[in-house]
Structures are given as C-alpha cells and as structure tokens.
Design a protein around this ligand. Structure first.
Ligand SMILES: Cc1cc2nc3c(=O)[nH]c(=O)nc-3n(C[C@H](O)[C@H](O)[C@H](O)COP(=O)(O)OP(=O)(O)OC[C@H]3O[C@@H](n4cnc5c(N)ncnc54)[C@H](O)[C@@H]3O)c2cc1C
Ligand SMILES: NC(=O)c1ccc[n+]([C@@H]2O[C@H](COP(=O)([O-])OP(=O)(O)OC[C@H]3O[C@@H](n4cnc5c(N)ncnc54)[C@H](O)[C@@H]3O)[C@@H](O)[C@H]2O)c1
Length: 497
C-alpha cells in the first residue's frame, strides 16, 4: 500500500513544477509531482525549445550569408526536413523518459494523472492509463482510471501553466485552427499560413514557418508588431519580416473564418480556409491562433478551497495564493499570471520552494522585497527575448510603462550598428537600443535592444536594473573592445555622461 502523504504536492510537472519540487526536496522535504501529460511541460515539448529549434537554422544561414568571406561558401537553401528533424531531437520525439529519470535521481515521486484539489491540503488524482510514474520514493504504480487521494503535510503548489486562447471569431473554432502546440510540432509546412496575433508567439512562428517554406500572412490587430514593447522593436521586426517575404498587415480585424469546398478528391480532401478581414479575403491552407493565453484552472477543484475556478491564481510575492485559509496553497509559473516566461516561472519556483521549506521549519519567511522569499524581480525586472531575426531583448519597463507608473524618466537611444563590435559581427548590422533612466534615483529601469544576437546583451542590463546600479557607477563598467556591448558606453554618453 503506497503512502499517499507528502510534505509538498506539486500539481503540474512543467519546467516550473519540476524546479519547485527539486527545491523543496533539496531542503529536506518529500515531494510528489502530478503531471497529466509530459514531464517537462509546454516549454520542453510545445513552446520554447521546439520554437527556438525551428528558428535557429534559418538565423544561422542568414548570419553566414551576411558576413563577406563566409557568404560565398553558402550556396544551398535551408533544408526544411533537417530543421524539423533537429526540432524533433530537442523534443526527444515527445518522449519524457529522460525527465522521469531525472526526477527519480532527484528523489521526486512522479504520478502520471490528472489532479484536482479536494479541500484543504488534499488532492485527488485520476491516474492515466498505463500510469507511467517513476515509481519513485513513495511507490507509485497504479492503473489507468483509478483515483488516488494524496494528502500534503505542508503545501500544495498549483503549477498548471496556461492554455492557448482562441478568440471568438466566427468560424475560427470550427475550422480547428493551429495553436502554438500544432505550430511547434507540425511535420510539414502548410503552403499558405495565416497567423493571427503578433505577440512573441505570432512573431516567432510566422518567421519559422516562412523560413520553412510557407507563404505567411501575419494579421496584426494593432498598428505594429509586438505592441506591448518599445515601438521601435516591432518596427524593426516587421521590416525584416516583410523583407523575408511575410505579408504583414497591421490595423486589421479578422471578421470570420470558414472552410471552402475541397477539389472533390475523395476522403481526406479538405478545402482551404477563407479568412475574411476588414482589409479583404485571404485564402490559406492553415491558420494559427497566436492570440495569447488563458488560465488552465477550470477543472482544478478550486471551488473546494473557496476560490473561483477558471481564474489566474492571485499570489503574494512568495507565490502563496491569497484568500486560502491556512495559507497552504501556492502557485508559480504561468498559472499566477505574473510573468509568462519559463525563466521567470522557475525563479518564482525557487523563491516559493524556499518559502515553503522555511515555513515547514516553523519560520515566518515574510516575503520582504529582494529577500529569498520574494519574487521581487517580477515587478519591474523581467527579462525577455523574442527570438525573431533580428532578436528583441528587453528587461524592466518601457518608457511608457515607467511614465504610467509615475516616474520621471529620461531615455538614451543608439544605433547599435555604429559600434565597432557590431560592424565586425555582421556586415551592415542593423539594430537599435534604448535605455530608460529613472531621473529621481538616477538608475536604469528599462532596456530594450533589437538586432542580431541582441539577446546576449540582455543579462548586463538585467544585472544593472536588479542591482539598481547608479549611472555614475555604471559608467565604470567598461565594455570590452570590440564587442557589441560597447553600446552600453554609447548609451551612457548619449544620456550625457
Ligand atoms: C510557442 C511558445 C514559445 C515560448 N517561448 C518561450 C521562450 O523562448 N522563453 C520563455 O521563457 N518562455 C517561452 N514561452 C512561455 C513558456 O512556455 C511558459 O511560460 C512556460 O512553459 C510556463 O511553464 P509552467 O511550468 O508554468 O507551465 P507548463 O509548462 O504549461 O506546465 C504545466 C503542466 O501542468 C500540467 N497540468 C495542467 N493541469 C494539470 C492537472 N490538473 N493535473 C496534472 N497536471 C496538470 C500540464 O500538462 C503541464 O505539463 C513560450 C510559450 C509559447 C506558447
Ligand atoms: N521568446 C519568448 O520568451 C516567448 C515566446 C513566445 C511566447 N512567450 C510567452 O507566451 C505568452 C503568449 O504569447 P502570445 O504571443 O500568444 O500572447 P500575447 O498576449 O503576447 O499576444 C497575443 C496577440 O494576439 C492579439 N490578438 C488577440 N485576440 C485577437 C483577435 N481576435 N484578432 C487579432 N489579434 C488578436 C493581441 O492583440 C496580441 O497582440 C506570452 O505571455 C509570452 O510572454 C514568450
């Protein structure tokens, strides 16, 4: 008879749930992860990893073509089949056995099944068919359809991620559009692809499938791509997308989607899709809804602990869910809607795991800003890279967001191509950087760069913003010559130093 009591029950074994479980086990607690699909979650199998694998080969090809001396050696085209094969190797063909081995080694029990809360500190799991748990420390075997009730001594952490949101456009659901899951796992390129939405998902995947041979139309509701970032970021990416052959349409409303008749070629003959917009009709073979995320808490049993199902979970800075008596429910990662990025969710998981372990020892572990028990960086120092070509890297606040928060700001902007390191890196480097400075404290609060490999400029900016490094000290952080990072010096000079 298995022991069904654990110190910590983690619901959802995505990247975030894994880190949380690992953290509490390292602090001496026992932990079980309940995962209904693949251990490793969205990032490993349908998001970060496959999307970046799809993008990387095209980027490498263009990089070589843009350096005189190397370009002459590049005579072929992108090998789409090899790119897809490489993508499959990163997802291990959607097999999570290595992750389960990792969990075993880390002393984490894994149960494969669907979990729901059933009152305080209690979780009911409907085991998957042929439950492929790791049988770890708690002894987990079990057969499909069977229900098992788990009890937590200290905490339950809901790390159930988020789901793709499909908007209420007439006909869209009926034609079963691609979501990010399909667009990261597809085995061949549709001839014509419409992408709705130009956030990170739409911007990256439009590029990936254009590289792989699809004729892509990107439908942007706003006046620019990447509308929540500094305006120049979306403008640079849109220009590159258009030059690469993508039809980027802005200020467009998608009115309806319907399937046209096939050619009468028998079973399996599906006709193309007609996408009606206020700028005319587009006929495509596939449509991707890259239209944001929604909570995946609808069937989590939140009503049994006094919370409303189907909502993002509201947490304090230690990722403890607000409004739950006894304070035993936590949530890290997409589910708390603080910052929907793998790295930031894993940061929350480290903070949350430490807070749970400290409280299990009887400590108060108050989420005081910048303490080990507070995910303070979520509030104004979240780094992110959009892996388009050119890349967009940003951390902290945009100029507008800083103004909206009541700050008095001054900005400095610089063309990255003017620094020697950038000119050497690629012929005709095109890129732009912007620093946002809080004039009261004279510290940087935001940084955005767009350009080839701009993502590698980001961590310096993150350190400066998290460290609230005053500009007169930042002045002494000398970038090595000739690196692209010299843009830092130029930004400070442009600012007036
Ligand atoms: C196309 C795409 C590209 C992205 N690229 C990047 C990127 O480059 N960098 C980056 O930082 N972020 C990226 N993101 C965002 C990133 O994927 C998410 O922020 C991250 O996956 C969130 O991790 P998580 O563990 O919170 O959730 P998930 O990875 O979604 O994990 C949640 C897990 O919970 C399981 N689950 C749900 N409900 C239950 C239940 N009731 N019982 C048992 N198990 C359950 C699910 O099966 C899932 O495995 C991308 C997102 C998309 C869509
Ligand atoms: N490189 C990365 O770090 C990376 C990559 C991909 C995704 N992500 C994360 O995944 C999450 C989801 O990304 P996303 O791009 O799907 O979401 P998003 O919310 O950033 O962008 C969705 C876009 O779809 C548009 N949209 C929504 N409904 C629409 C409609 N009916 N018609 C036309 N347009 C519509 C919105 O206006 C918005 O611009 C984000 O939070 C992001 O942080 C990160």
């Amino acid at each position: 008879m298995a022991d069904n009591t654990y110190d910590v029950i983690v619901i959802g074994g995505g990247a975030v749930g894994e880190v949380l479980a690992e953290r509490v086990v390292k602090r001496g607690l026992s932990a079980v992860i309940v995962e209904s699909e693949l251990l490793g979650g969205e990032c490993s199998y349908w998001a970060c990893m496959p999307s970046k694998a799809l993008l990387r080969s095209g980027e490498a090809l263009r990089a070589a073509k843009n350096v005189k001396g190397a370009s002459a050696a590049v005579t072929g085209e992108l090998d789409a089949a090899a790119v897809l094969e490489r993508r499959d190797s990163f997802t291990r063909n959607w097999d999570d056995s290595s992750q389960r081995e990792w969990a075993d080694g880390a002393g984490i029990t894994v149960l494969k099944g669907r979990a729901r809360l059933d009152g305080p500190k209690r979780v009911v799991v409907r085991l998957n068919d042929g439950n492929a748990g790791n049988g770890g420390t708690g002894g987990t075997g079990g057969t499909g359809g069977e229900e098992r009730t788990l009890e937590a001594r200290h905490a339950v952490a809901a790390c159930v991620g988020s789901l793709p949101r499909i908007p209420d456009i007439p006909g869209l659901r009926e034609v079963r559009p691609w979501t990010s899951r399909d667009a990261t796992s597809a085995k061949e390129a549709p001839r014509r692809l419409a992408v709705i939405g130009a956030g990170p998902v739409g911007s990256e995947l439009a590029q990936a499938w254009n590289d792989l041979g699809s004729q892509v139309t990107l439908l942007v509701a706003e006046d620019r791509m990447l509308p929540t970032l500094e305006p120049f970021a979306g403008e640079y990416v849109a220009k590159a997308h258009v030059e690469a052959g993508i039809d980027v349409r802005t200020n467009v409303t998608v009115q309806s989607v319907s399937r046209l008749a096939g050619t009468g070629g028998g079973e399996g003959d599906v006709g193309p899709l007609s996408v009606q917009t206020d700028q005319g009709e587009i006929v495509v073979d596939q449509i991707l809804a890259a239209t944001g995320r929604e909570p995946s808490t609808g069937e989590l049993g939140l009503e049994t602990v006094g919370l409303e199902p189907g909502r993002w979970l509201d947490v304090d800075d230690s990722c403890r869910v607000n409004g739950v008596e006894g304070g035993w429910l936590y949530s890290a990662g997409d589910t708390n809607h603080r910052a929907l990025f793998t790295h930031q969710g894993k940061y929350q998981a480290r903070v949350c795991g430490d807070a749970i372990a400290a409280r299990a020892r009887g400590e108060h572990a108050a989420p005081v800003a910048w303490s080990p028990y507070a995910a303070t960086a979520d509030h104004g120092a979240v780094p992110a890279v959009v892996f388009t070509d050119p890349e967009v890297a940003m951390v902290g606040l945009t100029e507008q967001a800083a103004i909206d928060q009541g700050m008095t700001v001054r900005v400095a902007e610089y063309e990255i191509g003017n620094v020697a390191g950038a000119a050497l890196y690629v012929d005709g480097y095109t890129g732009h950087a912007k620093l946002v400075v809080d004039q009261e404290r004279l510290v940087p609060v935001g940084f955005t760069a767009v350009g080839p490999a701009a993502g590698e400029l980001l961590h310096a900016a993150t350190v400066a913003i998290v460290g609230e490094v005053p500009l007169d000290r930042l002045w002494h952080a000398v970038p090595a010559y000739p690196t692209v990072s010299e843009v830092w010096l130029r930004l400070l000079e442009t600012y007036g130093m």
